[in-house]
Design a protein around this ligand. Structure first.
Ligand code: NDP
Length: 292
């Protein structure tokens, strides 16, 4: 039987509707809108699209957004100065620095400069540490999107073997940490997994993937994971976004995988829309934290 398609776009719209009500309550109680300040350096077209989509999503739920566009030749010093201004601006609840940054700017230095309370991407070491310790202030957006998809489709991770392919700071490592926790804000069924974290030096990758009850692919290689790497009935979360001449594809070969898996996220309309919605949740949480 072909796999159930896990519709991230539909879920994101549902969560946005819930969030719009919470944002309206926040505005009524505090007399101000939550505000996301997006910082875009250079003219990378994909980054421009991501920022535009994030701003449109803010609009849909009643969150104000600012866009700070800087030229590609911006120095690290100038960018750090802008971050410092946004950190001290009471109107700004959350700061998003769109990655990648031009090569003359050290990404880590900039991300570390964002005030932890305004770090709605959850990249600051303080916030990452809190996630790993199981007492998050904010949750990283893409990993949280993956966990929400599983949760809202009733696909508990507890007791399951989750194999994550990819160990990036943005996706692989934090999603592994979240799913291995004892407790989650979504309840014990949404964590307590046995997690295997794979990467480019992993031996026998297809064999390890075949042991997964839940397989999460975050590699950045189009259609890399094949259907015969998947255990029949497994759940597949494809984080990958790869631009090919004929459109977007994930890191999983969707056509072969959907014949074996019991459920799978498509690309597009899977994890991508959920990532943006999780950013909105963090922006409201940041606004609340700053009026508390
Ligand atoms: P990175 O390039 O930072 O990390 C890729 C990871 O994949 C690394 O850990 C790397 O291993 C591993 N890897 C690379 N080649 C292999 C291989 N042959 N076998 C096993 N592992 C391998 O990517 P990101 O985590 O930032 O992104 C991954 C994908 O997710 C991309 O397609 C990106 O566009 C997409 N993405 C999607 C988002 C969404 O909202 N849906 C958000 C963020 C990313 P090693 O560490 O050893 O180099």
């Amino acid at each position: 039987m072909p796999a159930l398609i896990l519709d991230g776009k539909k879920l994101a719209a549902q969560i946005e509707a819930e969030l719009a009500e919470q944002v309206a309550d926040f505005i009524e109680n505090n007399g101000r809108e939550p505000c996301l300040a997006a910082v875009l350096v250079g003219d990378d077209p994909a980054s421009g699209v991501y920022v535009k989509n994030k701003r449109l999503a803010c609009e849909r739920v009643g969150i104000e957004s600012q866009l700070h566009c800087l030229p590609a030749a911006t120095t690290e010093e100038d960018l750090l100065e802008l971050i410092a201004q946004l950190n001290s601006d009471d109107e700004v609840s959350g700061i998003l620095v769109q990655l990648p940054l031009p090569s003359q700017i050290r990404e880590q230095k900039v991300l570390d400069a964002v005030h932890p309370l305004k770090d709605v991407d959850c990249f600051h070491p303080e916030n990452v540490g809190l996630v790993v310790q199981g007492r998050p202030r904010y949750l990283p957006c893409t990993p949280h999107g993956c966990v929400q998809i599983l949760h809202r489709y009733g696909l508990g991770a507890a007791g399951k073997h989750v194999v994550v392919v990819g160990r990036s700071e943005i996706v692989g490592k934090p999603v592994a940490a979240m799913l291995a926790q004892k407790e989650s804000h979504l309840g014990p069924a949404s964590c307590n997994a046995t997690v295997t974290l794979c990467h480019s030096r992993t031996s026998n990758l297809p064999e390890i993937c075949r042991q997964a009850d839940i397989l999460i692919a975050a590699i950045g290689k189009p259609k890399f994971v094949q259907g015969d790497w998947i255990k029949p009935g497994a759940v597949v979360i494809d984080v990958g976004i790869n631009r090919l001449p004929d459109g977007l594809v994930g890191d999983v070969d969707f056509d072969s995988a959907k014949e074996v898996a019991s459920a799978i996220t498509p690309v597009p309309r899977g994890v991508g829309p959920m990532t943006i919605t999780m950013l909105l949740l963090n922006t409201l949480a940041a606004a609340r934290a700053q009026v508390a």
